[in-house]
Each structure stands twice: as structure tokens, then as C-alpha cells.
Design a protein around this ligand. Structure first.
Ligand SMILES: [Zn+2]
Length: 372
């Protein structure tokens, strides 16, 4: 099955480049300290403390109402804590009609295989500010944002699991998913955000680059950028089908550009700028095995360097990571992987440049008047 054709929600299983110590922020002692300060020194000291916390963590709190208002500018009409029915709906469409994974979830819950609870960040949370900032980062970096109609919060994402020939579901540890214009965010995003670590520069001669420490705010913005990258894929496929694009499909072009090749059920990645690789791939022959990039050797100084270990999962996720880096750390992406950088830049121009928007508006206008 050509998965790249049917773009759908994808689980995000973030793997860290190296174990990262949980960030202990000095000077943040929780509500007791705040109360004590409030009593002893008044509100000025409290706002001073909060300001210093924000300066350290990059976080600011935001109400759900302000968040909903803020993302409306990007076309998001609904932000909500998802219900079991909505997650059922999402899963039923997400994994293909025949699997009906949402119905499987309902059965599992009825059989008390696990409890289900709704989850959202609450009325006020710094998570909202970070998600909104992720949208703003994306718009600034790309020149536009792909269509997102709704943002749903759930406690867990679910993955298919077969036990004794029977289809079941299991809880996933993913942070977020994107599909059909809907962005789903899971509770794990809060904890996983600080694992969204990428190198600060190119790897050299088998010496991996240092990786920077990531705050929750930065991590959440990276997660949102990655998911909006999947949104760009959806938009590109939609545009291509509307315009009867004669080029190879988006992911085929991406694979050829950065060195991915289908081998049986799985994809392999080669260093596209290593001697003979591009020629071999174009000719349909096997490149030199020394130039294969895997999760074990991805940071050992190849010429064209993936942005993260997670990139090496498959081309689809590689694309999401490249978009994330293009938005969040463009200079790092450009130095590690000029091919990925160029691909994303061209696609951004194609999808979001003012000319592209105009052409679309004209087409819509013509359609509207033509349809009478
Ligand atoms: Zn992804």
C-alpha cells in the first residue's frame, strides 16, 4: 500500500537523541512559595517571581478562551477536550474504514481492558501559549499555515494491536497526531516535549554534534511545527489532485531528493551526496552499503545529515522533521541537509507564496461565477 498517497493521522513516537535530564528549574518552588510571597511582600513580588519564571522557562500562561481566539486567525474553528465519541470517530477514519479501530476501542473499554478518561490542559495553561506560538513560528518561517479546522485534546492516542488473530487497541505514547485537517494533542506532549532534541550543527568525522537542551515551550512548538508539516503534505496532495499535477507525487520527489528508497516492506535511507548513491538510486540499483543511514549511525558525519534519529524512521516522518527544523532551526537544517532545506523551501513557496494564493483565489472566483 502506498501510504504516502493516503495521508492520514500519524503517531508521533519521539525518540531522544540521548537521555536528557529532566529540567529542574531553579527558583520555582510551586504554589507554597507563591502564597508565602503574596502574604509577606504583596503582589509586586509575586508578579516579579512569575516574570522571572517565564524568563527562565520561556513559558507564559494562557486561558483556553484566549487560545481559541488566537488560533482562529489560522482557520481553527474549534478547540476542545475530545470525548470518547470523538476519539472513536477519529480512529474509525484514521486507520481505514475496514479496521474500524474506534469501534475496537469501544469494545475494549466495554470489556474493561482499560479505563478511558477525557483530558485537556484546563482553563489556563502554558501549553496553550506554546501551541499558539508553534502556529506563529510556522507562519513566520513558511509564509503560511496549512488548513487546520480543529484542535482536539485526548489523554492517550491508540495504536492497533493483534492478539491471537484479534484486532485490539493499545495506548500509545505519542505526543500528537495530524489527519484530515485535525490536530490531536495528547497528555504525553507535556512530558515528551523536552525530548524533542536536535543537534546544534553538523556532525563531523563520526563525532555527533552536541544537542541543545529543550524547554517544554520550545519542544511543544517543535511538535506543532512537525504536525503542521504533515498538514503541508495534505495540502500538497490536495493541490496536486485539483490541478492535475503531472509531476511525480510529493513524497516520491522527496525520497528521490534526500535518498530514500523502497526495499520490500520498508524504506531505506542512503547518503544522497555520497559518491555514486544518486546515480545508483536513479538507475534502480543498490548503492554502496557503507552509505546506508540507520538509527544506529545517523549522526556519524554523513554528507547529507538527517535532522534527528526519528527522521530515519521513514520518509514520511523525515519530511515532518525537516519541516520542523526549517521552521525552528533553519540554519541547522541548511548546514546539515541542504537537500532537505531546498525541498522544503521550494514547497513552501509553491504552497504559500502570494502568487499561489492569488492563483487559487482566481480559480475559486472563476469556479464560483462559472457555477452560477
Ligand atoms: Zn509525524
Amino acid at each position: 500500500m502506498d501510504r504516502s498517497r493516503s495521508v492520514r493521522a500519524r503517531p508521533e513516537l519521539f525518540e531522544s537523541r540521548e537521555p536528557v535530564a529532566r529540567t529542574k528549574v531553579p527558583g520555582v518552588d510551586g504554589p507554597e512559595r507563591l502564597l508565602e510571597l503574596q502574604r509577606s511582600a504583596g503582589n509586586a513580588a509575586v508578579s516579579g517571581l512569575i516574570a522571572r519564571q517565564r524568563a527562565r522557562t520561556g513559558e507564559r500562561s494562557m486561558t483556553l478562551a484566549d487560545f481559541s481566539q488566537g488560533v482562529r486567525r489560522f482557520g481553527v474553528t474549534s478547540v476542545k477536550t475530545g470525548t470518547l465519541e470523538e476519539q472513536t470517530q477519529l480512529l474509525n477514519t484514521q486507520f481505514g474504514a475496514e479496521d474500524r479501530l474506534g469501534d475496537v476501542l469501544q469494545n475494549d473499554i466495554r470489556a474493561h481492558n482499560f479505563p478511558w478518561a477525557s483530558w485537556g490542559p484546563g482553563d489556563t495553561s502554558p501549553v496553550y501559549a506554546s501551541i499558539l506560538a508553534g502556529f506563529e513560528d510556522f507562519e513566520r518561517g513558511m509564509g503560511g499555515v496549512p488548513p487546520v479546522s480543529e484542535i482536539w485534546f485526548f489523554e492517550f492516542g491508540f495504536l492497533p494491536l493483534t492478539i491471537q488473530g484479534q484486532l485490539r487497541v493499545r495506548r500509545g505514547t505519542m505526543a500528537a497526531e495530524f489527519g484530515g485537517g485535525k490536530l490531536a494533542l495528547y497528555k504525553a506532549a507535556e512530558a515528551e516535549a523536552t525530548q524533542k532534541v536536535i543537534p546544534v550543527r553538523r556532525d563531523r568525522d563520526r563525532r555527533p554534534s552536541r544537542a541543545e537542551r529543550v524547554t517544554r515551550d520550545i519542544g511543544l512548538r517543535r511538535i506543532v511545527s512537525h504536525e503542521l508539516g504533515h498538514g503541508m503534505q495534505e495540502l500538497a496532495y490536495q493541490r496536486a489532485s485539483e490541478a492535475a499535477d503531472s509531476r511525480p507525487e510529493l513524497m516520491a520527489r522527496y525520497r528521490a531528493q534526500v535518498g530514500w528508497v523502497q526495499r520490500g516492506a520498508r524504506e531505506r535511507l542512503y547518503d544522497i551526496r555520497a559518491p555514486g548513491v544518486e546515480e545508483a538510486l536513479a538507475a534502480g540499483t543498490e548503492p554502496d552499503a557503507r552509505f546506508e543511514i540507520t538509527k544506529e549511525n545517523w549522526d556519524q558525519g554523513f554528507r547529507e545529515q538527517p535532522i534527528s534519529k526519528y527522521s530515519v524512521t521513514e520518509s514520511f516522518e523525515d519530511f515532518g522533521e525537516a519541516v520542523m527544523a526549517y521552521v525552528q532551526r533553519p540554519a541547522v537544517l541548511q548546514s546539515r541537509s541542504p537537500r532537505r532545506f531546498a525541498f522544503v523551501r521550494e514547497l513552501a513557496e509553491e504552497l504559500f507564496s502570494p502568487e499561489a494564493e492569488e492563483t487559487e483565489a482566481e480559480a475559486e472566483g472563476a469556479q464560483a461565477s462559472g457555477g452560477g
